[in-house]
Write a protein that binds this ligand. Structure first.
Ligand SMILES: [Fe+2]
Ligand SMILES: [Fe+2]
Length: 476
């Protein structure tokens, strides 16, 4: 820069709206073509990370990891949405967003998708993929022109807030889950992931690509087969238990609001089954516009949050939900194994429509307020707001595909009625006793507050043998 010629501000304001100094801005940056190449690799990486998180959400037993996959899948989808849009702003039609940027990148993500072990997936995601993406984005920010390419740099910075959070969390997962023996056992496979990255010139292609070392597929030499059968960890000891009909209790006007709040916490925690179910819709539906996957993933993450809101409620009351509450997985199990993705979506929409009228989400919020429980009131307030968004997502992506709004509802009802919820044979086969765990939970709660149980609440004993969650008769 010529030191004699400078842009002198009238008042001492930072130059270039604070993006950078003139000295920095005077250096050339990457070309549009190079930027697009890197941004497309970021897009591809986030797209695949989203897919991997969701593909293993149902079968991942560990509750915290199931929730983390919901969150990280959502964050990947949100940031991918931004980058897809940005690529479209950079002289890039046709966008070619479906293209694999480098064959070794496909092998890299296929391997993390295809490994049969949670430990290796955790290592692949949190020790290889997300950190590589973080480093590549930091490199992008330092190499692209801070003024000319400010829109992309902003999106990378936004993405980094999420990705650095994922890397920090992921490091703790690795610390908790990975023993030295596991690392030794997986050394060769982890080496393969490194070979893939090197062959691709790094995740962003900015490094020299190693030639003549075509990565040899290991797990991904066979095509990945999706499995939507939900698996849970040991804190869910009675997964077929349908012994407590929460809705029957909530809609009983003679039951008191404070006990209803306790039942609502169970309903919230039980929502762990919605991300399990929705991930199967997303994993098994191809060919939709990206907006479909983005919106569905947003809803999936909301439902995971609802489950954790229930968990938070129990923790706030000092109650150990894993011993007191039998959170079943019958709904996601039945839907994922018996219905097509579209039928599952129909059931979801039908149920959520039922949540909007008077006995639904507003009612749950009002009950929380009446009970004088401020935490439950906050949680139900947002649960209700989320549900309004979900109704919109349902209209955009399910109803819009149906002949009419009324047929959309009727079809959802028919699909749900057709699901075999085999209450008695599960019992006969010894899968569950359908034990009524409600009196134990209610008693523990009363004890913790030093109050005597209300005999009417204690006596509640309605299960799901003849009545489904919308209080209709169980179908065929
Ligand atoms: Fe929900
Ligand atoms: Fe919902």
């Amino acid at each position: 820069m010529n030191p004699n010629v400078s842009s002198v501000p009238l008042l001492p304001l930072p130059p270039l709206v604070g993006l950078c100094t003139f000295e920095h801005a005077a250096r050339p940056g990457l070309s549009v073509e190079d930027c697009v190449k890197r941004l497309k690799r970021f897009h591809y990486s986030l797209w695949r990370l989203h897919q991997i998180c969701l593909a293993h959400l149902a079968t991942e037993p560990l509750y915290e990891l199931k929730m983390a996959f919901s969150h990280h899948g959502f964050l990947a989808a949100e940031n991918d949405t931004n980058l897809r849009t940005r690529v479209g702003e950079m002289r890039e039609p046709p966008l070619g967003l479906e293209k694999i940027p480098h064959p070794a990148m496909a092998v890299f993500f296929d391997e993390i998708l295809g490994t049969p072990s949670t430990q290796e997936r955790v290592l692949g995601l949190y020790e290889k993929a997300f950190p590589a993406l973080r480093d590549a984005m930091l490199r992008y920010i330092s190499e692209s022109h801070p003024l000319a390419d400010a829109p992309s740099i902003r999106l990378c910075k936004l993405a980094l807030v999420d990705i650095e959070g994922i890397c920090d969390y992921g490091a703790q997962v690795v610390e908790a889950l990975i023993r030295p023996e596991q690392r030794a056992q997986s050394a060769q496979w982890l080496g393969l992931l490194e070979i893939c990255l090197a062959a691709a010139g790094g995740l962003d292609g900015s490094q020299k690509m190693t030639e003549g070392t075509e990565p040899q597929r290991y797990y991904s030499s066979k095509p990945f087969v999706y499995d939507g059968t939900p698996v849970r960890d040991s804190r869910f000891p009675d997964p077929y238990n349908m012994g407590v009909n929460a809705e029957a209790f909530l809609y009983d006007e003679s039951q008191p609001p404070d006990a209803k709040v306790l039942m609502m916490l169970y309903k919230r925690l039980r929502e762990i089954d919605v991300p399990e179910m929705m991930s199967s819709i997303i994993a098994e539906t191809s060919g939709k516009p990206w907006g479909y996957y983005r919106d569905m993933t947003r809803q999936l993450w909301d439902e995971a949050r609802h489950a954790m809101m229930g968990e938070t409620g129990f923790v706030s009351l000092g109650l150990d939900w894993s011993h007191l509450v039998m959170v079943n997985s019958t709904w996601s199990r039945s839907l994922n194994t018996q219905l097509s993705p579209k039928e599952r979506h129909a059931v979801l929409y039908f149920i959520e429509q039922g949540l909007m009228p008077k006995t639904g989400k507003r009612h749950e919020w009002e009950v929380s307020r009446e009970s004088g429980n401020p935490l439950a009131t906050t949680l139900q307030d947002f649960d209700w707001a989320d549900e309004v968004l979900h109704a919109r997502i349902g209209r955009d992506w399910y109803v819009a595909d149906m002949p009419s709004a009324s047929e959309a509802i009727a079809y959802g009802d028919r699909c749900w009625s057709g699901v075999m919820v085999d209450w008695s044979s599960w019992k006969a086969n010894g899968l569950t006793e359908h034990r009524n765990w409600w009196p134990d939970l209610y008693t523990a709660w009363c004890q913790s507050r030093g109050v005597a149980p209300d005999p009417k609440v204690l006596a509640f004993d309605t299960n799901y043998s003849t009545m489904r969650a919308d209080l209709k008769d169980v179908g065929a």
